[in-house]
Design a protein around this ligand. Structure first.
Ligand code: GCO
Length: 478
C-alpha cells in the first residue's frame, strides 16, 4: 500500500465514522516465547497456492479471460505475464508429488472461476470442471486434503465489464458458481475457502489500481467490499444447500494497523490507524462473524447496504482462514491530499522484500483478536511466508532467511495456541516460486525454485526444513 492516498471525500466519511466509534487502543502484542515447541499430532500442516499464479494455459479447455488476463503488462513490474506461470495446469501431478513429499496434510489451491463459467454466467464449462476433478482426485490419491479457494482474484472479465464487484449482480453470479462447484464436486472435495483476502482485492484492485481490475477510485471501496461480503455469505449458503457435509471457511488478510508517527499529532496518527483497522480488518471480520459493520466501512458503503444483507453476510463457518504477512503503519498527514496515508515502518526495524516490517508478534496479535473478539472459532493460518529479495535471477536455494522467518512466525502461532487460540493449522505460502501479481516473477515465495525456461522444479533448503517440521510437529530452535 506504499503510495495509497484516500480521497478527501472518503477521508471525510472516515472522520465522521470514526468520530462515532470509540478509538481502539493500540494493542501491545505482548507475545511470550512458547513453552513447548511441539505441535499436536492433528495439527494441519499445509501449502497454499492460487490458480492464476500457477496454472498458465490461459485459453486451455475453454477458459474465459479473467481481470488479470487483461491487466496491462506494463503495470507488472518485470513486464511479465502469467501465460505460463508454473505451468501447473499441465504439471499439477509434479506439484502434488512435491507437496506429498513434504509430508504435509493439506494442499490449498484455487479454482479459476472463468474456467468453470468462462463468461461468469450461462452454461458451465465441463472441460474446466473436469480439470479440477482430476486435480482433486490426484490430491486425494496422494493422501492430501484438498482445500479449494473459490475466489482468488481472477474474476471473469465478462463480469468486470458489467461492473465487477461494484455491481451487486456479481454477488449472485458468485453464489451460482459456488452452488455448481458444491453440487458437482462436493462428493470428494470437502473443504472450501470461499474468498481470499477480499480486502486486498478491493483496495489494490479498485482503490489503488495496483492490481486488476486496475481501478483507482476510493468511492468504489464501500460497494466493492460490501458486495464481496454479500457474495461470501450467499456462497456459504449455496455450498451448505448443495452438500451437507462440507467444511466451509473463508480467508481474510489480517493486519495490525499501527500509528506510524509520533509527537503532537499522535492522537491523529492513532485515529488514522484506527480508521484503517476498521476498514481492513473489521470491515471483513464483522459482517461475517457479527452481522454488522464498524462505523468507518458503514459510512463508505452507504446505500449499497440493503435491508436483510447483514443476515446474509453473517454465516456460521467451520473455520476462519487468516493470512498474515506484516503490520500496516498509518499516519495523519495534513500535507497529503488525503490527510491519512500509509507510511513506512519505524526506522531500524527488520524489513521484508516489500519493505514491510517483519513482525511475528503481529500474527500473534491478530490470532488473539480472533479469539478475544470473535468467539475463538476454529482458525487456520491459510498463508504466511516471505519473499526472496526481488530479483530476476532464479530462487535462492540456500534460503536460510526463509527458514528463520518461518521459525519465528510459527513460534508465534504456537504462543497463540498456548494463550488459548483455537488454531488448528498452518499453510505455507507457497509451494513453488510463481507469478506474484504486480511483481511478476521477481518476487519468490516458494519452498521450491523453478527454472522459468524449462519449468524444472528444485527444492530449496526450506523445503527440507518444512518437511522435518510437518513430519515431526517439532519446531526447531535457531
Ligand atoms: C495473498 C495472496 C497471494 C500472494 C501472497 C504473497 O493472498 O496475498 O493470496 O496470492 O502471492 O500473499 O504476497
Amino acid at each position: 500500500m506504499a503510495d495509497a492516498t484516500i480521497s478527501r471525500r472518503v477521508f471525510g466519511q472516515i472522520a465522521a465514522g470514526a468520530a462515532l466509534a470509540s478509538c481502539a487502543p493500540q494493542a501491545g502484542p505482548n507475545m511470550a516465547v512458547p513453552a513447548s515447541r511441539q505441535f499436536p499430532p492433528d495439527f494441519l500442516w499445509g501449502v497454499a497456492n492460487a490458480a492464476f499464479q500457477t496454472e498458465g494455459a490461459l485459453t486451455a479447455d475453454g477458459r474465459g479471460p479473467s481481470v488479470w488476463d487483461v491487466f496491462p503488462r506494463d503495470r507488472i513490474h518485470d513486464g511479465s505475464d502469467a501465460a505460463v506461470a508454473t505451468d501447473s495446469y499441465r504439471r499439477y501431478p509434479e506439484d502434488i508429488a512435491l507437496a506429498a513429499g513434504l509430508g504435509v496434510k493439506v494442499f490449498r489451491f484455487s479454482i479459476s472461476w472463468p474456467r468453470i463459467f468462462p463468461t461468469g454466467a450461462g452454461a458451465l464449462n465441463e472441460a474446466g470442471l473436469d480439470h479440477y476433478k482430476r486435480v482433486v482426485g490426484a490430491m486425494l490419491e496422494a493422501g492430501l486434503k484438498p482445500y479449494a479457494t473459490l475466489f482468488h482474484w481472477d474474476l471473469p472479465q465478462a463480469l468486470q465489464e458489467q461492473g465487477g464487484w461494484v455491481s451487486r449482480e456479481t454477488s449472485y453470479r458468485f453464489a451460482e458458481y459456488a452452488d455448481a462447484i458444491g453440487k458437482r464436486m462436493g462428493d470428494r472435495l470437502k473443504h472450501f475457502i470461499v474468498m481470499n483476502e477480499a480486502a486486498v482485492h478491493a483496495v489494490l484492485g479498485y482503490v489503488m489500481g495496483e492490481h486488476a481490475p486496475g481501478l483507482a477510485n476510493a468511492d468504489l471501496m464501500g460497494p466493492v467490499m460490501h458486495h464481496e461480503n454479500l457474495a461470501q455469505g450467499l456462497a456459504i449458503q449455496a455450498l451448505r444447500a448443495a452438500q451437507s457435509d462440507l467444511l466451509i471457511g473463508s480467508t481474510l488478510a489480517l493486519q495490525p494497523s499501527r500509528a506510524g508517527g509520533e509527537g503532537l499529532l499522535t492522537p491523529l496518527h492513532d485515529f488514522a490507524a484506527d480508521s484503517l483497522d476498521q476498514l481492513w480488518n473489521g470491515g471483513f471480520l464483522d459482517p461475517l462473524l457479527l452481522g454488522s459493520y464498524p462505523a468507518v466501512p458503514r459510512t463508505m458503503i452507504g446505500a449499497a447496504l440493503q435491508e436483510g444483507d447483514l443476515a446474509i453476510t453473517k454465516q456460521p463457518i467451520d473455520f476462519l482462514g487468516v493470512n498474515y504477512y506484516a503490520p500496516a503503519y498509518m499516519a495523519f498527514d495534513a500535507g497529503a491530499p488525503s490527510f491519512i496515508k500509509p507510511v513506512p515502518p519505524p526506522e531500524g526495524v527488520e524489513l521484508d522484500a516489500f519493505a514491510r516490517h517483519v513482525d511475528p508478534s503481529g500474527l500473534y496479535e491478530m490470532l488473539m483478536r480472533v479469539k478475544d473478539k470473535y468467539g475463538n472459532l476454529p482458525t487456520l493460518v491459510t498463508e504466511n511466508g516471505c519473499s526472496d529479495p526481488f530479483s530476476d535471477a532464479p530462487g535462492v536455494l540456500d534460503d536460510q532467511f526463509r527458514i528463520d522467518y518461518l521459525r519465528r512466525h510459527i513460534a508465534a502461532v504456537k504462543s497463540a495456541m498456548e494463550a488459548g487460540c483455537n488454531v488448528g493449522g498452518y499453510f505455507h505460502w507457497t509451494l513453488i516460486d510463481n507469478f506474484e501479481w504486480a511483481e511478476g516473477y521477481r518476487s519468490k515465495f516458494g519452498l521450491v525454485a523453478m527454472e522459468r525456461a524449462t519449468g524444472v522444479r528444485t527444492p530449496k533448503a526450506s523445503y527440507a526444513w518444512f518437511k522435518a517440521l510437518s513430519e515431526t510437529g517439532l519446531l526447531d530452535e535457531a
